[in-house]
Design a protein around this ligand. Structure first.
Ligand code: ZN
Length: 296
């Protein structure tokens, strides 16, 4: 008797790509899924820099969820429908392992309830890189520039729009190429410890087209001290993506992109050791591992 909702749920959470497959391929997938449920996007990985998927149960309307911390609470992305809602919580790289929780309300005026989860420990490796000295020991002028850019980016990352109702969060890789597993590495530039690496680096030649991984709206473009030529996309619900070190930018703020539309070209601008795409994914203002959103 609970069979129907479960099938429905699988379809909702993992079925979008399956529906787009030819009939033969879809039935292959279906028979395989009898043994193992199809993947859901993003995949759950409740570690610092990962994603927690928390069941909120059934409800007539989409519940409101938020995650605390020292800053004002951040709204959390909620997927699903009346049969089952799921909170998709981005966990910052700086999170301490242990108990954490979100606050959930059925309506804005309803009493909040807490849903707890555990952040498992994950030890990221250390990586040593050699870069231009002026990008590690900043001049007073560059420091002032960096601080202006940091303040500007704080307003960009505060963007919050509605999630599109048919949202599938499985992302297309923005450029083909070797995907490094460098997310989260504790970085040491020219012998000095700096912030951990908060994105995925994809090796590609300068000029390689960068494609939108999901439908989204361009919310910022610019040339930044560390990130070089940069584009930010808003996918709704607090899910943002960022593309850095670009040699060329083909879009402007306000443009609406479909999946696969070209937004820029790979380059080697900003603090880099060579041409590549740096790709970041942000959920509830936490940078999380892009690998959780892509197949393979
Ligand atoms: Zn990078």
């Amino acid at each position: 008797m609970s069979r129907l909702p479960m099938d429905r749920r699988r379809l909702l959470l993992g079925g979008a790509a399956l529906l787009a497959l030819p009939a033969g391929a879809a039935s292959t997938r279906k028979s395989r899924s009898a043994a193992a449920p199809p993947p859901v996007w993003p995949r759950a990985s409740p570690v610092p820099g990962g994603v927690a998927r928390l069941s909120l149960g059934p409800a007539a309307a989409r519940p409101l969820a938020s995650v605390g911390g020292s800053d004002p609470a951040q709204p959390v992305l909620v997927l699903g429908d009346a049969i089952e809602w799921t909170a998709i919580v981005g966990i910052p790289l700086s999170a301490e392992p242990g108990e954490a929780s979100i606050s959930v309300q059925a309506r804005p005026d309803a009493a909040p309830r807490r849903i707890a989860y555990t952040v498992a420990p994950k030890q990221y490796r250390e990586q040593h890189l050699s870069v231009a000295p002026r990008t590690v020991d900043l001049s007073a002028e560059d420091q002032a520039r960096y601080e202006r850019e940091r303040d500007h980016l704080a307003t960009v990352t505060a963007t919050r729009t509605e999630l599109r109702p048919d949202a599938s969060l499985q992302m297309r890789v923005p450029v083909p190429g070797r995907r490094s597993s460098s997310f989260g590495l504790r970085r040491v530039f020219n012998g000095q410890a700096r912030n951990p690496h908060s994105g995925m680096d994809i090796a590609a030649a300068t000029g390689t087209p960068v494609l939108a991984p999901l439908p989204g709206r361009v919310i910022d473009t610019g040339d930044y001290f560390f990130n070089g030529g940069t584009v930010w996309l808003d996918h709704g619900g607090g899910l943002l993506t960022m593309y850095c070190h670009l040699s060329r930018i083909d879009v402007k703020a306000g443009d609406q992109l479909k999946t696969g539309e070209q937004l820029a070209a790979v380059g080697a601008t900003g603090r880099v050791t060579g041409p590549h795409l740096h790709w970041s994914v942000m959920l509830n203002r936490a940078m999380v591992d892009p690998a959780l959103f892509v197949a393979g």
